[in-house]
Write a protein that binds this ligand. Structure first.
Ligand code: ADP
Ligand code: RBF
Ligand code: MG
Length: 383
C-alpha cells in the first residue's frame, strides 16, 4: 500500500490568508516608507508565487519578484515573523483535513508531514491542533534539510523516515513549489491548490483537485472513503455529509444576474461576518435547509468563486427550492444549515450547461434532503 506524505500550510491548515494579510501589510508599509507604491494585487500575486518555500527563501524570492533591491530578506523576516507568531493561534484546519487523516489512520495507511515551516514555529501553529501532529508517523521540517522546496530533499528525507520508496509515496500539496519538489523526488503528486493559478501545477502534479473533499483515493491504490452516499435516482452520483454548518444574516444584493441570466434567483448573504463558517467548508455546491419568515425550505447553494463568471470575491448563494412568486426579500433575515457537499464549482462552456447542472443539483437536493442523515439537520434551524 502506498505511503502518504502531506504538506502542512495551505494543505492541512488554513495559514495562507493570514500570511498574505500580514506580509502584504508589512510590504506596503516598507515600500511606502521608500516612496514607492505597489498595487496590492501585484503583491498578492507575488506572494502566491513564493508560497510553499521556507520563510527565508520565500522572503528572498518575494524581494526578487517585487524588485525591492534595497530591502534584505533577513530584515523583512524580522518584521513579519513576530507578527505572524502572535497570530498563528487563529489558524483553523482546512476543510476535510481531519476526515482525511482519520480515514488514513483507520485504514492503516502510513502517513507523515513534510513542511517548510521551521520547527520553532510549528509548535505555535499547531498549538490548537496537536492531535494532527500526533497522528503523523514522521514530521520533517524545513530545518532538517540543506535546501528547501522546490528541492526534493525534504520529501526524500520524509520517505526515509517512513521507510518507503519514493515510487510508493503519494504527496498532497497546495503549491507548485511543493509539487515540483515531490515530483523531482520521484513521487506521485496530488495538487489541492491554495492559489488561483491552476495552470502553474500542470508541469508538476499528477492530478489537480479542488479541495480535500474531492480526493479519489482508490485512484492512488489507497483505500477509498466510505462516507459518500449514492443518489438513488442515479447511483453514479453521490453526496458527502459534512458536519452541519449554520449561517445567519440578512439577504443582500448580489451581482444581479441570478434571476436575469440563469432564471435561478440566489439570496446572497454577506460573507464578511460569516468568514469562520465559510472557511470551514471547501468552495463548492452544497445542499441543506433555509429558514425565513417562520418557514423552513429545502435549498441548494454555491459557496465560492463562480468560475463561469470569474468572480474576484467569494459569495454565498442559496437558491431556496420554493416558489415565492414575483416577490423578492432583500433585507429579510435568513438562516441556513449546510448539510452535504455535492460537487466542486465547475466552469461550463455554455450558460445552458451551467443552468442544466444547477437544476440537477436542485433535484439531487430535493431527493436526498428527505433522507437520513440529512433530514434531521433541519432541526438545527429555528423557523
Ligand atoms: P442578486 O444578484 O441580487 O442576488 P438574483 O437575481 O440572484 O439577485 O435574485 C435574488 C433575489 O431574488 C433574492 O435576494 C430574493 O430576494 C429573491 N428570490 C425570490 N425567490 C427566490 C428563491 N427561491 N431563492 C432565492 N432568492 C429568491
Ligand atoms: N457558478 C459557476 O460558475 N459554476 C458552478 O458550478 C455553479 N454552480 C452553482 C450551483 C448552484 C446550486 C447555485 C445556486 C449556483 C451555482 N453557480 C455556479 C453560481 C451561479 O453562477 C450564481 O448563482 C451566479 O453567479 C449568479 O450570481
Ligand atoms: Mg443572487
Amino acid at each position: 500500500m502506498p505511503t502518504v506524505i502531506l504538506d502542512l500550510d495551505g494543505t492541512l491548515i488554513n495559514t495562507e490568508q493570514l500570511v498574505d494579510e500580514v506580509v502584504g501589510d508589512v510590504i506596503a508599509e516598507l515600500t511606502r516608507a521608500r516612496g514607492r507604491v505597489l498595487d496590492a494585487s501585484v503583491v498578492h500575486d507575488a506572494l502566491e508565487r513564493v508560497r510553499g518555500m521556507r520563510p527565508l527563501e520565500a522572503s528572498r524570492a518575494l524581494i526578487d519578484e517585487l524588485k525591492l533591491e534595497d530591502l534584505d530578506a533577513e530584515s523583512l523576516l524580522a518584521r513579519t515573523a513576530p507578527l505572524l507568531n502572535a497570530r498563528w493561534s487563529e489558524v483553523e484546519l482546512m476543510p476535510g483535513a481531519l476526515r482525511l487523516l482519520e480515514h488514513l489512520r483507520e485504514r492503516n495507511v502510513k502517513f507523515g508531514l513534510a513542511t517548510s515551516t521551521p520547527r520553532e514555529y510549528l509548535k505555535l501553529k499547531m498549538a490548537a491542533h496537536e492531535n494532527i501532529l500526533n497522528m503523523m508517523s514522521c514530521v520533517v521540517t524545513g530545518c532538517m534539510v540543506s535546501k528547501g522546496k522546490p528541492d526534493p530533499e525534504i520529501f526524500q528525507l520524509a520517505a526515509r523516515h517512513l521507510g518507503a520508496d519514493a515510487s510508493d509515496c503519494v504527496v498532497i500539496e497546495d503549491t507548485p513549489v511543493g509539487c515540483e519538489a515531490a515530483r523531482r523526488a520521484g513521487m506521485r503528486t496530488i495538487a489541492v491548490p491554495s492559489i488561483r493559478d491552476r495552470k502553474a501545477f500542470d508541469e508538476w502534479s499528477d492530478e489537480t483537485i479542488h479541495s480535500l473533499y474531492d480526493l479519489n483515493l482508490s485512484k492512488w491504490e489507497l483505500p477509498a472513503f466510505s462516507d459518500w452516499i449514492p443518489v438513488a435516482s442515479d447511483v453514479s452520483e453521490q453526496v458527502l455529509p459534512v458536519p452541519p454548518v449554520v449561517m445567519r444574516g440578512p439577504v443582500v444584493k448580489g451581482f444581479g444576474r441570478g434571476s436575469k441570466m440563469l432564471g435561478i434567483p440566489t439570496a446572497n448573504l454577506d460573507i464578511v461576518p460569516l468568514k469562520f463558517q465559510v472557511d470551514s467548508l471547501a468552495p463548492g455546491i452544497y445542499m441543506g435547509f433555509a429558514a425565513m419568515r417562520g418557514k423552513i425550505h429545502e435549498m441548494v447553494m454555491s459557496i465560492g468563486w463562480n468560475p463561469y463568471f470569474d468572480n474576484a470575491k467569494k459569495t454565498i448563494e442559496p437558491w431556496l427550492l420554493h416558489d415565492f412568486g414575483e416577490n423578492d426579500f432583500y433585507g429579510e433575515e435568513l438562516g441556513l444549515v449546510v448539510s452535504a457537499y455535492i460537487r466542486p464549482e465547475a466552469n461550463f462552456t455554455t450558460l445552458e450547461d451551467l443552468i442544466r447542472r444547477i437544476h440537477r443539483d436542485a433535484d439531487v437536493s430535493r431527493e436526498m434532503l428527505k433522507l437520513d442523515p440529512f433530514k434531521s439537520t433541519r432541526q438545527l434551524l429555528i423557523a
